[in-house]
Each structure stands twice: as structure tokens, then as C-alpha cells.
Design a protein. Structure first.
Length: 291
């Protein structure tokens, strides 16, 4: 009886050791797999017309939601890519970008979509690669008394990230009286430049993309931005994405197609949204191939 009990204990102990070893190996594999999983590329788009073509080009797609925002999670050339439909405007874009960074830890961000032209030399269908992005809605007005009106051309640029103090009144306010430009990622820009030859609808240029919650229809105002900020085009999202990406030290590039250009009579053409998405796909494919 004691002999049988001893054999049973030895058998049970061996089985326990083997099961524990298997579990350890499995956990090690899971942990190692999670560590080695590549960080995704995040591609942002404000509206469905600017996101859906991209999302349909991904494989193995699943959809996740967070508040107002939609995230299409899939792969492109077997590499993880997320298309984020952020909604229009700086606030939506900043929030969606922060959520995506915290949730998905992207390797790089491309903010893309349609825009209005600021440069009379650019036509509808031309693409601007954002060597720089800038918020063209941050200003401090000059002091005017009741009845003296408003003079937007005298407004002073305001850098809201210059300090944690007041940008308008405290002792460091003058430090904020400047334009803050966000440089596009050189690596992403190189990939975008590398695929220029595939784009047939118009020119592809490097330039400065301005963002604000404005829809500017005043030609003089548009040309003032072009002269004083160097803007090639305007939209409502890129600078917000650039600001958040900068705070997290994540490479970011804005790519925008001109869907209209009031400075030379170029009328709105919504089909340009798909052209831009195809260009971004080509850019992402090239970037993935370099990783």
C-alpha cells in the first residue's frame, strides 16, 4: 500500500511539474509576442469621405469606437495600420489623437484629407506635403476701445505652448507672441516624396499647412496668411494632431489635397478626397517597406 501511494505521489508530482512548465512556456510566448508586436501606423481622416476608401484597403479589419471617434484596425501589407475617423475641427482631432496614442501606441501618424488653397500657384487636385503645420487660429488682438472696431490684420500670433502662464497678460506673455510651426517627420516626408511619381492628378509640393476652426472665404485674409505664415493650404485638423504627437514624441506628417482654391477660382471637387487617400496609401506602403 505504501509502495502504491509512493508511486502515485511521484506520478502526480511529475505531472504537476510538466503542466507548470507548459504554462510557463505559454505565458513566456504570450509575453514575448506582445513585446515583439509591431506598433501600428495611425492614419487620421476628419470625415467619412476622407476615411472610408482607406479603411476598405485594409485587411482583417475590426472596428472600435471611443465616444465620437471610429477606429478601423487592420493591416496593410501585413503590417498593422489604424484608420481613425476623427471628425472635423481642432478639438476633435486633438482628442482622437490622444486617445489613439494612449490606446494603440502608434509608431507614426499621418493626418490627411482635403483642404482649401492659399497659394494661387496651386490647383484643385494638387497635394501639399506638410513640411510644416501651423495653427492659424491662435491670435492676440490689439487693444481697441469701444467703437474703434476690429483690425484682424494687426492681430499678433500667439503660441499657446510657450509657457504654462498666461499667453496674454503675465510677465512671460511676450514669449508667446510668435508663430509655432510643427515640423513634419523627415522619415515620413521622405516616403511621401518617394511616391510622388505615382500621382497623376496634379502637382505634389512641400509646404506649410495651416489649421484653424475657420472656413476662410475672404481672399485678402487668405493671401495674408499665405504671405505672413507661408501657408499653401488650410484645413481644420493637422496642427492639433501635430501638437499632440509632438508632446508624445511620435513622428507625424500632414498630407493634404486641394479640394478648392478661391485664390484662383478653383471650385470644390469632393473626388479629390479619394485621390489623397490613395496617395497616403502609397506613402504608408513605402514607409512600411523601410521598417
Amino acid at each position: 500500500m505504501n509502495k502504491l501511494l509512493t508511486q502515485f505521489i511521484l506520478l502526480f508530482t511529475a505531472l504537476f511539474i510538466q503542466l507548470n512548465a507548459n504554462a510557463t512556456t505559454m505565458n513566456s510566448t504570450i509575453t514575448e509576442s506582445a513585446v515583439l508586436a509591431p506598433q501600428p501606423i495611425l492614419i487620421e481622416a476628419p470625415m467619412p469621405i476622407e476615411a472610408e476608401y482607406l479603411a476598405k484597403r485594409l485587411s482583417n479589419v475590426r472596428i472600435e469606437y471611443s465616444g465620437y471617434f471610429t477606429f478601423y484596425i487592420g493591416t496593410l501589407d501585413n503590417y498593422p495600420v489604424i484608420v481613425a475617423e476623427t471628425g472635423k475641427g481642432l478639438e476633435n482631432t486633438a482628442a482622437a489623437t490622444a486617445i489613439a496614442i494612449e490606446r494603440y501606441r502608434p509608431l507614426a501618424i499621418i493626418n490627411q484629407g482635403t483642404s482649401g488653397g492659399h497659394d494661387p500657384a496651386l490647383m484643385v487636385g494638387d497635394i501639399v506635403l506638410g513640411k510644416r503645420t501651423v495653427n492659424i487660429g491662435n491670435f492676440k488682438t490689439s487693444h481697441k476701445k469701444n467703437g474703434q472696431g476690429s483690425d484682424p490684420f494687426s492681430w499678433i500670433p500667439m503660441d499657446i505652448m510657450a509657457s504654462k502662464g498666461s499667453a496674454g497678460e503675465d510677465s512671460g506673455a511676450q514669449d508667446a507672441e510668435k508663430i509655432r510651426f510643427y515640423a513634419g517627420s523627415p522619415t515620413l516626408l521622405n516616403s511621401a516624396i518617394a511616391v510622388k511619381g505615382l500621382y497623376k492628378r496634379g502637382k505634389v509640393v512641400e509646404g506649410t499647412i495651416g489649421s484653424a476652426n475657420f472656413w476662410n472665404n475672404e481672399i485678402d485674409r487668405i493671401l495674408w496668411f499665405h504671405k505672413n505664415f507661408g501657408t499653401s493650404a488650410e484645413e481644420m485638423e493637422g496642427a492639433a494632431a501635430a501638437m499632440i504627437a509632438s508632446e508624445y514624441n511620435i513622428p507625424m506628417l500632414s498630407i493634404r489635397v486641394l479640394s478648392n482654391n478661391l485664390t484662383n477660382g478653383g471650385k470644390y471637387d469632393p473626388s479629390t478626397a479619394q485621390d489623397c487617400q490613395q496617395y497616403v496609401l502609397n506613402t504608408a506602403k513605402h514607409y512600411i517597406a523601410t521598417l
